[in-house]
Design a protein around this ligand. Structure first.
Ligand code: EPU
Length: 426
């Protein structure tokens, strides 16, 4: 099994360019199913997850080509309507084909995702929404088969919890529905806004982007579109936290500071200097005062929330940083019920963390020690990288395929910042 090996305790210096967002690129790619013709998507990261979704589209008859970070996709040859268990089990976001396939072909058959490493993660909101739009759903052999005769119908859909991919699936289904669809308590994540931008460029009529009430007036035809994937706010946040934990002075480029409101404020409270520019964020730690040593990092409490609250996808990474502070912090996870799998691994590196229900209580002790660790999901792996960069000694992280799902060129980007890090093939 491939590993990442980090010799920790070295500060990071320099610039790192942030890639396009995985969670924005995935729905942009599936939106190309809605209408034939060449769609052009810029700033698409080359990740295991983007390759998986492209393999799924290929299995449905689509063709695509990549030049650098630009993808051209054409769904004129669409013949299939099924996302198999094999694909959905490796990437839950495969369910994002449901909405566009149902809209275009009147049929979609998708394996129901099971539970995963971070929680049960049902898709009942998506399915309820399609039903309200006139689809008939049947469940057979673990697959949801959704069918509609003629066009889907506009409907008013309320989400009990703002679901990101749920909002995206309904938006795509509603773009060509007969009549108006209103999504109440919609997700406000920037990735949803990026999809609205693409659908609008395709000719969809959508109001309320960026709010929790989206109104889609169905149109009968869409055209191919050209759109740019927004920068990955979770990748950006991970590098900021890594630079905070390892120390140094790092500038992120090609990012959007306004997409990270909660993280940037928390980092300031912890004691970092954060400078926001046009497409850049710089993090540094105030220099030590003569005779007094460095400024200690302050502990803070954090609660994950839907956007614009603190992202659950940065919870594991900030937990690694909180172990370096001088006090007690409480991190509460409100989005997923089982997203503390990284705690046991961080404890192997000397962290003092106790989990109590949905909260983790972290007693900062300023010290982490390198160890052999393994990760259970993408963001948990990223937290082990953060911990490894900050720790004394060598950290060996196994199961790094998780990292490759969502971080483009992670090892090279960190090495360019001065980290002593390498990937070792098994
Ligand atoms: N939920 C339901 N029923 C549904 C849908 C969601 O109960 O039908 C619940 C979930 O169980 C969860 C909450 O609603 O408790 C929010 O889940 P959401 O649907 O928003 O999550 P998602 O769309 O499956 C996306 C990201 C995740 C990210 C979450 C939360 C993509 C492809 N995935 O997942 O990203 O954690 O939103 O922000 O956009 C990651 O990149 O590592 C990752 C897991």
């Amino acid at each position: 099994m491939d590993k990442i090996i980090i010799e920790g305790g070295r500060p990071l210096y320099g610039e790192v360019k942030i890639s396009g967002a995985k969670n924005a690129a995935l729905p942009l790619i599936t939106a190309t199913l809605l209408t034939p013709g060449w769609h052009v998507l810029h700033n698409v990261p080359d990740l295991r997850d983007t390759r998986t979704i492209l393999a799924l589209l290929e299995s449905l008859g689509l063709v695509w080509e990549r030049q650098g970070s630009t993808l051209r996709i054409n769904s004129a040859g669409l013949i299939g309507f099924e996302a198999s268990y094999e694909l959905v089990k490796t990437m839950r976001a495969s369910v994002l084909v449901l909405g566009p396939l149902l809209a275009r072909l009147g049929r979609a058959r998708v394996s129901l995702p099971g539970g995963c490493a971070i929680g049960a993660r049902p898709i009942d909101f998506h399915l309820q929404g399609f039903k309200q739009m006139g689809a008939i759903l049947t469940l057979e052999q673990g697959y949801v088969d959704a069918q509609v005769t003629g066009r889907l119908r506009g409907a008013t859909i309320y989400f009990d919890i703002p679901s990101v991919t749920g909002t995206e699936n309904i938006l795509m289904a509603a773009a060509t529905a007969d009549g108006t669809t209103v999504i109440k308590n919609a997700a406000r994540e920037p990735e949803v806004g990026n999809l609205v931008e693409m659908l609008t460029a395709m000719g969809a009529r959508i109001e309320g982007s960026g709010t929790d009430r989206l109104v889609v007036h169905g149109v009968s035809d869409l055209q191919p579109a050209e759109v740019t994937t927004i920068p990955d706010r979770i990748e950006a946040g991970t590098y900021l936290i890594a630079a905070g934990a390892a120390g140094g002075d790092v500038t992120l480029t090609n990012c959007n500071p306004s997409h990270l409101p909660a993280l940037l404020e928390k980092l300031r409270v912890i004691g970092f200097t954060i400078e926001e520019g046009a497409g850049t964020i710089r993090i540094s730690r105030p220099p030590p005062v003569a005779g007094q040593g460095g400024v200690p990092l302050r502990s803070v409490d954090i609660k994950t929330q839907p956007y614009p609250g603190f992202a659950t996808d940065l919870q594991a990474q900030i937990m690694a940083l909180m172990t370096m502070t001088s006090g007690l912090s409480v991190i509460t996870e409100t989005i997923f019920e089982n997203r503390f799998m990284h705690v046991a691994e961080l404890k192997r590196m000397g962290a003092d963390i106790r989990v109590d229900g949905h909260s983790a209580i972290i007693k900062g002790n300023g010290r982490l020690k390198g160890a052999q660790v393994m990760a259970t999901d993408l963001r948990a792996s990223a937290s082990l990288v953060v911990a490894g960069l900050a720790a004394e000694g060598v950290t060996e992280i196994s199961r790094i395929y998780h990292l490759e799902r969502g971080y483009e060129n992670l090892v090279d980007k960190l090495a360019n910042l001065g980290a002593v890090i390498r990937k070792e093939k098994a």
